[in-house]
Ligand binder design. Structure first.
Ligand SMILES: [Zn+2]
Ligand SMILES: [Zn+2]
Length: 365
């Protein structure tokens, strides 16, 4: 069938919105009419080839839509179901079996390979084949043929327009708190970087019952939003006395927890220095492979933990519906950080995401 898709053709150049041909779903695949699709930093990093997926490719790894057709072997959804499209996993390996599909042994091939595991693609145009199946979906398109492991059935009552970012950015922030960290009620946490991940972490920390939630960012606009969604205190990230200030705010001992989402080296170091003895620091921000971050080894010796977290350390099929329930109950106001664009305006959405003008850009169809 003929669909409209945004194609990343060359390193660093604008995405091309064009008509392309989409093949029929195979036995384990699902044809989804896309209603909304988020733009995440990973899409832009692949366009710019900081992360390697072969070009030309249709990106998009936060999809939401309606099931139109199912392959012969698919039993998890039927036509008309509302679905969110998240990461793809094999379902068979040790990590998948223990409920950590973001560490699946096939993670790179299934999500960044630009094709099915057998090397075939489902998108073509007059110039030839286009790489597909990015995160099992390639959802920057009006329709997508999706690997069934990426498909999560969700509530029919929630507006699909708002659900796409639950698939990655929101899941990374909220899951980093509720699954990786699991803070006890009444504890203190410092959350760095008020993008989609950090703001979702703030909302999740409030749900978890943290009594002191300190948000750090360099944008006053974002700090204001952080206060609206659950932060109890905000601090400007440029101040030199940031660590000292947090220590003063927490009886001189430091916070129970820190959560880092900016991916800036010196911010990571700061996050490691604001936690108290036996405290835990979660890192979700992305630095290029091989990067190193400095920390005081004595500080670490005093019982502190540094832990990375990918895509919220969750089983998306369980965690995404749970987050949507929080959203429908009004406890998780993630729509406050979204701005909507048409597919034709996807390059504006990318530019505004990079400049920070827009926190969470979502393409609607
Ligand atoms: Zn993402
Ligand atoms: Zn696996």
């Amino acid at each position: 069938m003929e669909i409209t898709a945004a194609i990343a053709k060359n390193i660093g150049t604008e995405l091309a919105v064009e008509l392309v041909n989409l093949d029929e779903p195979q036995a384990n695949e699902i044809l989804v009419k896309i209603v909304s699709a988020g733009i995440c930093r990973t899409d832009i990093d692949v366009r710019d080839q900081y992360i390697k997926t072969p070009l030309p490719v249709v990106l998009g790894h936060e999809g939401a839509g309606v099931v139109v057709k199912v392959g012969a072997a698919v039993t998890k959804v039927t036509i008309g179901d509302h679905v969110v499209l998240s990461l793809s996993s094999c379902g068979e390996c040790e990590k998948c079996k223990i409920g950590l599909p973001s560490y699946c042994i096939q993670h790179v091939a299934l999500n960044f390979g630009g094709s099915r595991l057998d090397g075939s693609v489902c998108l073509h145009n007059h110039e030839g084949d286009i790489h597909s199946h990015f995160f099992g979906q390639s959802s920057h398109a009006s329709y997508a043929v999706v690997n069934q492991t990426s498909v999560i059935k969700v509530s029919q009552t929630a507006d699909l327009k708002y659900l796409a970012p639950f698939a990655c950015g929101i899941m990374t922030g909220a899951g980093g708190i509720l699954n990786t960290l699991k803070p006890e009620p009444g504890t203190s946490i410092v959350i760095y970087g008020m993008g989609a991940v950090g703001l979702s972490a703030v909302m999740a920390a409030k749900i978890a019952g943290c009594s002191m939630i300190i948000s750090v960012d360099i944008s006053e606009k974002r700090l204001k939003l952080a206060l609206e969604v659950g932060a109890t205190h905000v601090l400007h990230g440029d101040r030199d006395d940031l660590v000292q200030t947090v220590l003063q705010m927490t009886s001189g001992r430091g916070a129970n927890y820190a959560f880092e989402s900016s991916g800036v080296k010196k911010v990571m170091t700061s996050a490691l220095n604001v936690i108290q003895e036996n405290g835990i620091c979660i890192l979700t921000g992305v630095l290029p492979a091989g990067s190193t971050v400095e920390f005081d080894a004595w500080n670490l010796l005093r019982g502190r933990t540094i832990k990375g977290s990918i895509m919220g350390d969750c089983v998306p099929e369980i965690f995404i519906p749970k987050m949507i329930r929080f959203y429908e109950e009004g406890r998780f106001p993630v729509d406050k950080m979204m701005k909507f664009f048409s597919l034709e305006d996807i390059n504006t959405a990318v530019t505004e995401s990079l400049s920070g003008e827009t926190i969470k850009a979502v393409i609607t169809f």
